[in-house]
Write a protein that binds this ligand. Structure first.
Ligand code: NA7
Length: 293
């Protein structure tokens, strides 16, 4: 398929690379010039990238960035024609998604929200799980592209439902990780070996994908970003906004949001979100580490 790929960050670069590898005709655009994808064309503007494409795939930071690349100066809108699909893998506001979809719908363009989970490694290996909102027909048309970048898709309903579900997923990741980080901090302060705690977790019902994934990085004190703290913070804020719009109270997430705020003020926003642990360590006056670190 002819695909315009907009946004070559940690996730987007790997995803566009996998589209090229699967034989699709890809043209990329990134805000900061110089980011390239081997085998893909490069366009000077989002509109130029979208010219003649069947699908415009977005993977940018947040709601404002999506608005800018679609509706801003030189935005994709100028090149939209009837029958095109915009697929958005950025994690953004569900209500803004519905508004954006209505705006491009006037031109006969369909919006599919397709945020994903699987982190940097899933993007690199083409094993992402897509959480999709949109009508059945366009989602079906996108299947070859989903297959090139991921291992599974879950269609959660009409446009906006992918984003809504993604927020519900990240809410859980943030809270599960916070529980893990607090447990590690307390156990270390009380003299328990974190490596042994991790082995115990693995053998019990406390085990989770989040702990399996983050545990080894923490024991090695490796906070290089797989999923940057600033983006998880953005998702927590989006979740609290969506909850407010729906008149839902999320007291635990409100508290965790404050942790992310303070961790950002400490200068850790570009580290992995696991670096929120460092704030707990600072308060407790301990450091969690495995023998290798
Ligand atoms: P990154 O690595 O922070 O990449 C973000 C991308 O978004 C990158 O290409 C940015 O361009 C682009 N960006 C950010 N702001 C804008 C604006 N205003 N206009 C155009 N492009 C912009 O994030 P990830 O790849 O890890 O994640 C992307 C999304 O997936 C995000 O929503 C996550 O929550 C999930 P730059 O190179 O900085 O010029």
């Amino acid at each position: 398929m002819r695909v315009a790929f907009v946004g070559l960050g940690i996730m987007g670069h790997a995803m566009a690379t996998n589209l090229v590898k699967a034989g699709h005709e890809v043209t990329v655009w990134n805000r900061t010039p110089g980011k390239l994808v081997e085998g893909a064309g490069v366009a000077p503007t989002p509109a130029a990238a979208a010219q003649g494409a069947e699908v415009v795939w977005l993977c940018v930071s947040d709601t404002d960035a999506v608005e800018r690349v679609i509706f801003g100066v030189d935005g994709v809108t100028a090149a939209l024609t009837e029958g095109m699909i915009i697929a958005d893998s950025s994690t953004i506001s569900p209500s803004a998604t519905v508004k954006f979809a209505d705006r491009v719908g006037i031109k006969g363009v369909t919006w599919v929200d397709a945020p994903m989970t699987g982190s940097k490694i899933g993007a690199r290996d083409g094993t992402l799980v897509f959480i999709v909102g949109g009508s059945e027909a366009p989602v079906e048309r996108l299947k070859p592209l989903f297959a090139a970048m991921g291992k599974k898709i879950f269609r959660m309903g009409e446009t906006g439902k992918g984003q809504a579900t993604k927020l519900a997923m990240n809410l859980q990741i943030a809270l599960i990780f916070e529980g893990f980080a607090e447990a590690l901090t307390l156990a270390t302060k009380l003299g328990v070996d974190p490596q042994q705690l991790l082995s115990l977790i693995e053998a019990t019902m406390v085990r989770s994908g989040v702990v399996d994934y983050k545990g080894p990085f923490i024991l090695q004190r490796d906070f290089t970003p797989n999923f940057p703290l600033r983006l998880m913070h953005k998702d927590i804020r989006l979740t609290l906004e969506a909850a407010k719009e729906a008149r839902v109270k999320l007291p635990a997430l409100e508290t965790v949001e404050e942790i992310y705020e303070m961790a950002s003020e400490e200068g850790n926003r570009d580290l992995d979100y696991a670096a929120t642990l460092m704030l707990l360590e600072k308060w407790a006056g301990v450091q969690v580490k495995g023998k290798a670190a």
